[in-house]
Structure formats: structure tokens, C-alpha cells
Write a protein that binds this ligand. Structure first.
Ligand code: BF8
Ligand code: SF4
Length: 635
């Protein structure tokens, strides 16, 4: 029972007991060791930007008001926030860049990658103004690649093309007036680093504007560019049935965990796991079971129906099952503790990227050109490792739920078009207008050890859907909700309010499911947040209103990563009220806090941050917001 305060996921709870027995240290143990956490850091008023520091400001006003250089609390908070947001944007832009390199490779002969979705390619090309007639897919793709590289190398004062080709004109004009249109993603990230060094910008408002600019870099050069390109290479997701939680692992199979973020590696492992099934049988296994953790898991769930093992905070606990023969990681959200946990069992950790190495892991450099050879080698080693497994140390919780994934905008529109082929968005809009659907909330982001694992996601979303709010979800939030049974037709029957249930049933039946759609639609990884952006952009354009006027909102209930700060900032820039369930490290700067959560942000951008650490109160805060937007629209 002691563990109930750590997680609401029964499988994770079971593995926490085993971790203790096996003397495995987890993030929760280390969190306790870190108490009390530094108050200055928590409030954002600690600065280490030069070596005269660290400097800190006394939040009670009795001690120092200024750092040694003269920086005050708001300045230190604003500088820290800009650096963190730039860190998040850098992660997504780096990911998107690799996707572009992969598409370029897919255009070559005998490439390990191909163009799976020519329709998406044409749609992306046409939004970028690239003609498609009488051109082969590879010719079009090369022009798309060239446009992307030009964006990364843009040396004009104009914004990069992916942004202007995707964002609503109304938004572009707002951002232009504020002077925050990003020119070139790499240059803006570099500039943010420069701007926050010692003796540079001393104006917190100017720093906040640069932070919003980083949100736009993240949204369009990271999320949108990455997702557009990945869909072209690997296919646009369509609805798919799968399962979620540690019970998807199999005691008699070779278990391989895909962890990280980029589908370039994960898709190849999926391919080679199929091809090498015979070798697994020869080793005495009944087959190969793949399962995902974090956003690599979301990517292959969305496109291949690969089941989900768990989400961010429980990543160590996957290994504690004793049944994992290999965990393959690429980039981001990979706990440095994994190799220490793996050392307690037979599990092999494979790192694959030049910027992600871990002492104790086996490094197999994943080179795009040699993607097949490298993926084959990893799967082979995993198969060989199966015989080293100690069955007496294996305990797989028999806990899993049914889940559906694959709800790209194209898939949602496809389902709705069964009701109205000419105007697919009309049935959705009509049901929002008549109040059957109160509005929509996108829940995104991570787990955070400061919050009982998954509890905020699950409690808040149950309250939202009970009040007929349609929920779409990505990232570790989607994984929490899948594990809680909220991504299945049964979830609709059990948890959705009556009018939402009726709509989901009609759409599910029309789409040929003969069941309701799930009450929470899985829209993918964190990079796939661009899909939520596409959806609200399409709704706004259909209704001919600005995004800020729609009865929609965003929420990151348990976020931890700098990427989540960047995504949240982009959502605010789009005009969305963006809820945070964990207090961001800004409270030490009164002015900064007021700007981000108050009227100033709303007046300038249409959106703002809303911090609420109680899930039920947060749900009702969001519901109130949807109601106020409905009222303003006269519906
Ligand atoms: O990009 S939600 S913990 S896994 S950062 Fe990481 Fe957060 Fe999970 Fe995916 Ni997103
Ligand atoms: Fe201190 Fe200023 Fe240096 Fe920051 S930049 S550590 S506030 S002297």
C-alpha cells in the first residue's frame, strides 16, 4: 500500500514492490533523496549564467534583490525560461532535421527507406507551393527536402517557409506585429543562447517575446516539419487496435523494448523483428514481442499497432520485470539510471546515437545508410540474450488494457466523412454547436515524479469526458490514458457523458467499427502535437474564426521536459489556454508570472498559461474556459 502514493498504474505499483525486493533504486527513491529540493531553483531565481555566480535572489525580500551583475528576479526567471524553452525547441528541431535527412535518403536508389505515403507527400508539397504534376514521387520529395534545408539555412529576414505555409494567416499577422516571427530555426536557438549570456538582454518582457518565438520554432520547424516528413516516409497513421501496459510482455518470447523518440530506428527494429522471427524460434523462444516506451512507442503504436509497455516515469520498471532481453534507445527522455537497473538483470541496453551514450550500455551506432544492418544486429543480439534470462527473476504483471491509436487528422476526417462526405468537419462542428460536445481539450506531455504517476492525466480526463468534453492526447499523457482504459470503446461506455457517448457511437458506427470511438483519441507522439495544431487550424478555418475563439484548450498535467515548455509556449502562441499541472519555475519573478498567466499574454496572443495543481479543479477550470468561448461565439 505504501506505493499507492507513487502511482495509480497497478502494473507499475506491482513492479515497485519487486524493485524494492530486488534492491533496484528508482526515480521515486532518488526523488526522496533529493528532498528538500532547492527553493531558489524551484522559483527560478537562481542564476549560473556566469562564473561570478551562482547568484540567487531572496524571494522574501530580506536578502539580496540583485545578482552580482545587477540582474533582478524577473530578469533571472525570464532568462532561465528562455534557455529552457530553447533547449526543448533544439531537441525537436534536431529530430525534424534527421527526418529530412531520412527522406533525402529515401529518394536514392537502393535506400533502406522509402516513400510510403505519396498522398501526404503531395499535400505537403502543395502547401509549400511545390508543383506536383508530371513529377515522380522522388522528384517531389527532393523538392520538399530542399525546402526544408532552405528553411534550416534561411539567411533572409523573412520567416521560414514551413511556418508561413502551415500557420493560419491571422496568427502570422499577430506574430509579425509582435516581431517574433522566427527566421531560421537554428539561428533563433543560437540567438536565444546568446541573448541569455551574461551582460545581454536585461528586459524581461523582451526575453518573454523571444521565448514565444522559440515556441514558434518548436511548433513549425520541430513538430510540424518532423511530423509532415515522417508521415511521408512511414505513412500517415490510421486507426489501429493494440494493447497497453506491462502485461503485453511475454515470458516465452524475446522481449525488445523500443524507447526514445525517432521512428527512423524504431520502424527498422519492427521490420527486422518480423524478419528474424525464425531465429528467435531457433533459440527456444515462441517469437519476438516488441513493446514501446515514451514517444518511440507512440510512433510505432500509431503506425504499426505495436503495443505499449509504459510511459516515461515507469521506464525503469519495465526492466524490473526481468523479462526484457533488450532495450533499444535513441534520443530524449532516457533515464541515465537504465544501465544500473539493467545490470541487476540480464537486460542489454543498446544506445544508438552519437549524442546519447551511457556507461554500461552497448553502443551500436545507428547510421541511416546502414539502417538495415544495424537494426538486424540489434535484434540478433536481443535474440541471443534471451537464453541468458533467469526465469526465477521474471515477474510480468498480468495487467493490460485494450487501446486504439492512429487518430491522425486525416483519420479523424476520414471517419467523419462517412457522415458527410462533402463537409467532413460539419458533423463535428454541428455537435459542438448543439452542445452534444462541449468543446475539446488536448492533453499532452510527460510524467513528473512530483505528481503521483499518471494520476493527474487520468483523474482530470475522466472529469472532462464525463462533462462531454472531447479529449485528444499525445505523448506520455496518451500512454497514461491508454493504460487507464480511456482509449477503448469500453472507455466511452464507462466514462463518457451521455451526449458525448452518443456522438462517438454514431461516428464509430459510421466508420464501420460497430462500436463507439474511444473517448480519448490517441494522436501520437509529442512531435505529433502538430496534428492537434492541424486540427484546431482546420476547425478555425472551417468556421472562419481565429483559433483563440474556439471552445478548445490544451493541458500538460504532469510535464517535466524542456520540450513540454516549448510545446506549451507554442500552444499559447496559437491562442490556446494552456493548463500546467506542475508549477513552472517562474514564480520568483512576479512580473514574468503575471505576463504569462494573466491578461497581457491573452491580449497579445489570445492564449495564456493556467496553473492548477488539483486535477478536478483543473478540469473545471478548463470546462469554464470552454463555456466562456461558447458564450462568446453565441452557441
Ligand atoms: O516527447 S511526453 S516524458 S516521452 S517529453 Fe518525454 Fe514528456 Fe514523455 Fe515524448 Ni514528450
Ligand atoms: Fe550572477 Fe549575473 Fe553571473 Fe547570473 S549573470 S551568475 S546573476 S553575476
Amino acid at each position: 500500500m505504501e506505493y499507492l502514493s507513487k502511482t495509480v498504474d497497478p502494473a507499475a505499483e506491482q513492479m515497485l514492490v519487486k524493485a524494492k525486493q530486488d534492491q533496484v533504486q528508482t526515480a521515486w527513491d532518488r526523488y526522496e533523496e533529493q528532498q528538500p529540493q532547492c527553493g531558489f531553483g524551484s522559483l527560478g531565481i537562481c542564476c549560473r549564467h556566469c562564473v561570478q555566480g551562482p547568484c540567487r535572489i531572496d524571494p522574501f525580500g530580506d536578502g539580496p534583490k540583485y545578482g552580482i551583475c545587477g540582474a533582478d528576479a524577473d530578469l533571472i526567471v525570464a532568462r532561465n525560461l528562455l534557455r529552457q524553452t530553447a533547449g526543448g525547441a533544439a531537441a525537436h528541431v534536431d529530430h525534424a532535421y534527421e527526418a529530412v535527412e531520412t527522406l533525402e535518403l529515401a529518394c536514392q536508389d537502393n535506400s533502406p527507406y522509402e516513400i510510403k505515403d505519396e498522398e501526404k507527400l503531395k499535400r505537403v508539397a502543395s502547401k509549400l507551393g511545390i508543383g506536383t504534376e508530371n513529377k515522380s514521387a522522388k522528384e517531389i520529395a527532393l523538392e520538399v527536402v530542399e525546402t526544408a534545408y532552405k528553411d534550416f539555412a534561411n539567411h533572409s529576414a523573412k520567416p521560414f517557409k514551413w511556418l508561413t505555409a502551415t500557420a493560419p494567416q491571422e496568427r502570422v499577422e499577430v506574430w509579425e506585429k509582435l516581431g517574433i516571427l522566427p527566421r531560421n530555426p537554428d539561428r533563433e536557438i543560437r540567438e536565444a543562447m546568446h541573448q541569455t549570456t551574461m551582460g545581454m538582454d536585461a528586459d524581461p518582457v523582451n526575453l518573454i517575446m523571444s521565448t514565444v518565438k522559440q515556441g514558434l520554432v518548436d511548433g513549425y520547424a520541430g513538430l510540424q516539419l518532423g511530423t509532415d516528413i515522417q508521415d511521408i516516409i512511414f505513412g500517415t497513421p490510421t486507426p489501429v487496435a493494440t494493447e497497453a501496459n506491462l502485461g503485453v510482455l511475454k515470458a516465452d518470447h524475446v522481449n525488445i523494448i523500443l524507447h526514445g523518440h525517432e521512428p527512423m530506428l524504431a520502424e527498422k527494429i519492427v521490420e527486422w523483428a518480423h524478419k528474424l522471427e525464425g531465429e528467435a524460434l531457433a533459440q527456444g523462444a515462441k517469437g519476438i514481442q516488441l513493446a514501446g516506451v515514451c514517444c518511440s512507442g507512440n510512433e510505432v503504436l500509431m503506425r504499426q499497432g505495436i503495443p505499449l509497455a509504459t510511459n516515461f516515469l515507469a521506464q525503469e520498471l519495465v526492466i524490473v520485470t526481468g523479462a526484457v532481453d533488450a532495450m533499444v534507445v535513441d534520443v530524449q527522455c532516457i533515464m541515465p539510471s537504465l544501465t544500473r537497473v539493467a545490470a541487476c538483470y540480464h537486460t542489454k541496453i543498446f544506445t544508438t546515437k552519437p549524442i546519447v551514450k551511457m556507461p554500461g550500455a552497448q553502443h551500436i551506432a545507428f547510421d541511416l545508410q546502414e539502417a538495415d544492418e544495424k537494426a538486424r544486429e540489434i535484434v540478433r543480439q536481443a535474440i541471443q540474450n534471451f537464453s541468458r534470462r533467469d526465469p526465477s527473476r521474471v515477474d510480468i504483471p498480468q495487467i493490460k488494457t485494450k487501446a486504439m491509436g492512429g487518430f491522425s487528422v486525416e483519420a479523424i476526417v476520414g471517419a467523419l466523412s462517412k457522415l458527410d462526405a462533402a463537409n467532413p468537419l460539419k458533423p463535428l462542428v454541428d455537435n459542438i454547436a448543439n452542445g452534444n460536445i462541449l468543446g475539446a481539450v488536448g492533453t499532452v506531455g510527460c510524467n513528473n515524479v512530483k505528481v503521483v504517476h499518471d494520476s493527474f492525466h487520468v483523474t482530470m480526463v475522466k472529469e472532462l469526458i464525463k462533462h462531454n468534453v472531447l479529449v485528444v492526447s499525445t505523448g506520455c499523457s496518451a500512454q497514461a490514458l491508454a493504460k487507464a482504459g480511456l482509449m477503448s470503446p469500453e472507455g466511452t461506455e464507462k466514462y463518457a457523458g451521455e451526449s458525448l457517448k452518443a456522438v462517438l457511437t454514431v461516428v464509430g458506427n459510421a466508420a464501420g467499427l460497430n462500436r463507439p470511438l474511444p473517448p480519448v483519441l490517441h494522436m501520437g507522439s509529442c512531435v505529433d502535437n502538430s496534428r492537434i495544431g492541424d486540427l484546431v487550424t482546420a476547425l478555425a478555418s472551417y468556421l472562419n474564426v481565429a483559433i483563440k475563439d474556439l471552445p478548445v484548450a490544451a493541458s500538460a498535467p504532469e510535464y517535466q521536459h524542456e520540450k513540454a515548455l516549448a510545446i506549451g509556449t507554442w500552444a499559447v502562441a496559437l491562442g490556446l489556454l494552456t493548463h500546467l499541472g506542475v508549477v513552472p519555475p517562474v514564480l520568483g519573478g512576479k512580473k514574468v508570472t503575471e505576463i504569462l498567466t494573466g491578461e497581457t499574454a491573452e491580449k497579445l496572443l489570445g492564449g495564456k498559461f493556467y496553473v492548477e495543481t488539483d486535477p478536478i479543479k483543473a478540469a473545471h477550470g478548463l470546462i469554464e474556459h470552454l463555456r466562456s468561448k461558447r458564450k462568446a461565439l453565441g452557441i
